[in-house]
Design a binder for this molecule. Structure first.
Ligand SMILES: [Fe+2]
Length: 543
C-alpha cells in the first residue's frame, strides 16, 4: 500500500482539497480529505490524444522516457510513418516495443498507407491488414482518414476500412482541413469523429456543430493553439490536446503535453477546463484504460509543484512511480533494428542535369515554418553545360532518391529559401513515403550526403568536404534506440551547423522532410519526379 498527500485536483467535482490518495497494487483504493503539510498538487496524468511517435526519432520505449518525465501517462498514436516504410511488420514492432514501457500507448490502425499513389512507399496497408490489426491487437482506433475524397466520393476500399473499424467498435480519427458544407457532413456521417487539422475557430466550430471532437494541436511542425484555445472553455467536452509531431529537441527543451498546458495557463484558461480537455475527454472518447484520480481508477497521476509553473515532480502509472525528481525509473531492453532499405550508392554524374534548349527551370520556394511552398521560374546557373546549385541566388539542387529499390533514377529539382551556402544535407525522413531527400550547395557534397544515408541505411546528415555530422536512424530509417538526450543534442547540433552554413530556416530538416509530401501545395518533389500539387499531376523541371 502506498499513500500520497497533497492538494488533490478533482476534475469531476471541480475542486481542489488537501488530502490523501491511497494506492494498493495498481489501483486507487481511497481518496480522502485530510490535513497535510504538503503543498504539492496531485492530478490526473496527461494524455497526448494524437501523436506519431516516429517523429520523435526514438523508438516507443525511448520516447516513453521523455513522455513520462513530462507528466504524460498515455498516448493515442498512429504508426503511420513506419507503416509507410514497413507495413504490418513495422506496426507490430511498435506494438511489441511499447510493451516494455509503462506508458499507456494506444495504437491506431493507420488508414492511409501509402498517402498517395504518386510516390513509392515501402508498403501498403489494405483493408485486409487493417482487419488483421483490429482482430489480433485489439486496437481502439482507425488512424486519421486523410483520404477525405475517398470518403466523400465513396471509394470502395476506404469504406471497407471504415466498416471494419465500426465492426470492431473502434473510433475513427479524421483529418479534413479546409472542407465544409455537404462534403464535411458526408465525412462525419461516415462515422469519423475527430479532427486535428482545423486552423481557424470558424472551421473548428462547423465541425463541433456536426458532433466532431476537435484535437487542438501544438507540435513541432504545426501549431494551432493560439488560433483555437478559446474553444477549450466554450466547448469543454468537445476538445482534446495533441502534438501530432514532437521532435526530440522540442521534447527535451519545451516538454510534451505539459508545454501546451503551460500555454493555456498563460492565457488564463480555467484549470479545470484545461485538464478536462487534456485528461478526461480522451479517456471518455477513446475509452482508454487510464485513471482519472477517482476511487477504483488505475493509479495514473502526476505530482507537480504548483498550478502555475506546472513543474512535473513525479509520474505514476498503474500505481508505480515511473518518474521522480529528474530520473526515469524504468529500464528498457535493446531491440534488433528492423528496416526496409535497398538503395545502392550513387555517383555524382547521376545527379547532373543538362539544359540543351537553354530553358528556364521551375523552382520550389520554401516558406519558413510552413508545409506549403510557392514556385517560380528562373534562368538556371550553367557551368560546363550543366545546371548547378546557385548559392548567390539561393537556388539549390534538391534530390529525391527511392530507398526501396537497389537502383533507380534520382529525381532532381531546385529549391529557393533554404539558404545553405556550403555542403549538403540528406535524410531518410521524408513524409510520407520516406525516400531519401537531399539538398546541396554543390554536387559532390550532395552525392556524398545521399551516400552517407545509404551507408547507414537511414538517418540524417550534414556533409561538407571531409566533415560528416550524422544521426543514424537504424529503425526503418526513422528512429533510433540511443539515449533520448543524446539524440536530441545531436539533432539540434546538426540543425545548428546547417544554420551556421547559411540556412535561415528554423528547423531545416523538418522543412526538407515535407518537400516530398505531395498532398500539400504547391510545387513538391517525390521519387517519381517534380509534382504540381495544385494540378495533382507530375510536371517538367523545365518551364
Ligand atoms: Fe497526424
Amino acid at each position: 500500500m502506498m499513500k500520497v498527500q497533497g492538494n488533490i485536483v478533482d476534475l469531476f467535482a471541480r475542486k481542489i482539497f488537501k488530502g490523501e490518495v491511497v494506492i494498493e497494487n495498481d489501483k486507487i483504493i481511497s481518496i480522502e480529505e485530510k490535513e497535510t503539510t504538503s503543498d504539492l498538487y496531485i492530478l490526473p496524468g496527461l494524455i497526448d490524444s494524437h501523436v506519431h511517435i516516429e517523429s520523435s526519432m526514438l523508438i516507443p520505449s525511448e520516447f516513453s522516457k521523455l513522455a513520462v518525465q513530462n507528466g504524460t501517462v498515455g498516448v493515442v498514436t498512429d504508426p503511420h510513418e513506419i507503416a509507410n516504410v514497413m507495413g504490418l511488420e513495422g506496426v507490430k514492432f511498435m506494438i511489441e516495443n511499447s510493451k516494455q514501457t509503462p506508458l499507456k500507448t494506444y495504437y491506431c490502425a493507420s488508414s492511409c498507407v501509402p498517402a498517395t499513389p504518386f510516390e513509392t512507399s515501402g508498403a501498403v496497408l489494405t483493408s485486409v491488414e487493417i482487419e488483421t490489426l483490429f482482430r489480433d491487437y485489439n486496437l481502439k482506433v482507425l488512424g486519421e482518414m486523410m483520404n477525405y475524397p475517398g470518403v466523400i466520393y465513396d471509394d470502395e476500399e476506404v469504406h471497407k476500412k471504415l466498416n471494419i473499424a465500426k465492426k470492431y467498435g473502434a473510433k475513427i480519427d479524421g483529418h479534413i482541413p479546409g472542407i465544409s458544407g455537404k462534403d464535411l457532413i458526408k465525412y462525419v456521417e461516415s462515422g469519423i469523429s475527430t479532427d486535428h487539422e482545423s486552423f481557424t475557430i470558424e472551421e473548428a466550430l462547423e465541425k463541433i456543430n456536426l458532433g466532431m471532437k476537435i484535437l487542438i494541436r501544438e507540435g513541432s511542425a504545426a501549431k494551432n493553439f493560439d488560433a483555437l484555445f478559446p474553444l477549450i472553455s466554450k466547448f469543454n467536452n468537445m476538445v482534446m490536446l495533441c502534438t501530432d509531431d514532437s521532435h526530440p529537441d522540442d521534447l527535451i527543451k519545451y516538454g510534451h503535453i505539459n508545454k501546451i498546458l503551460k500555454l493555456g495557463i498563460k492565457q488564463n484558461i480555467d484549470i479545470f477546463d484545461l485538464l478536462n480537455a487534456t485528461c478526461v475527454n480522451p479517456v471518455l472518447h477513446y475509452n482508454l484504460d487510464i485513471g482519472l484520480l477517482r476511487k477504483n481508477d488505475p493509479a495514473d497521476f502526476i505530482i507537480i509543484d504548483n498550478l502555475k509553473d506546472f513543474n512535473i515532480l513525479e509520474t505514476y502509472i498503474n500505481g508505480k512511480v515511473v518518474y521522480s525528481n529528474g530520473r526515469v525509473l524504468f529500464d528498457t531492453q535493446k531491440f534488433n533494428p528492423i528496416n526496409n532499405f535497398h538503395a545502392e550508392k550513387i555517383i555524382t554524374s547521376q545527379i547532373e542535369i543538362s539544359n540543351p534548349e537553354n530553358k528556364k527551370i521551375k523552382v520550389i520556394e520554401v516558406i519558413d515554418k510552413e508545409l506549403v511552398t510557392n514556385s517560380f521560374s528562373v534562368e538556371p546557373k550553367m557551368i560546363n553545360n550543366k545546371i548547378e546549385s546557385d548559392i548567390e541566388r539561393d537556388i539549390l539542387k534538391i534530390v529525391v532518391y527511392n530507398r526501396y529499390q537497389k537502383k533507380s533514377t534520382p529525381q532532381i529539382g531546385f529549391i529557393n529559401g533554404f539558404g545553405l551556402n556550403k555542403g549538403a544535407i540528406a535524410t531518410s525522413v521524408a513524409h510520407d513515403s520516406h525516400n531519401i531527400i537531399a539538398i546541396g550547395a554543390n554536387d559532390e557534397d550532395l552525392c556524398n550526403a545521399i551516400n552517407e544515408i545509404i551507408e547507414s541505411k537511414g538517418g540524417l546528415c550534414y556533409v561538407h568536404n571531409k566533415d560528416y555530422y550524422c544521426l543514424p536512424l537504424e529503425f526503418a530509417g526513422l528512429m533510433t534506440q540511443e539515449d533520448p538526450a543524446e539524440v536530441a543534442e545531436t539533432y539540434s547540433k546538426i540543425n545548428k551547423i546547417i544554420q551556421s552554413n547559411g540556412s535561415k530556416l528554423t528547423a531545416p530538416f523538418m522543412t526538407m522532410s515535407f518537400m516530398a509530401l505531395l498532398v500539400i501545395p504547391s510545387l513538391k518533389i517525390g521519387d517519381k519526379g517534380l509534382f504540381d500539387v495544385t494540378k495533382f499531376a507530375f510536371t517538367e523541371l523545365f518551364d
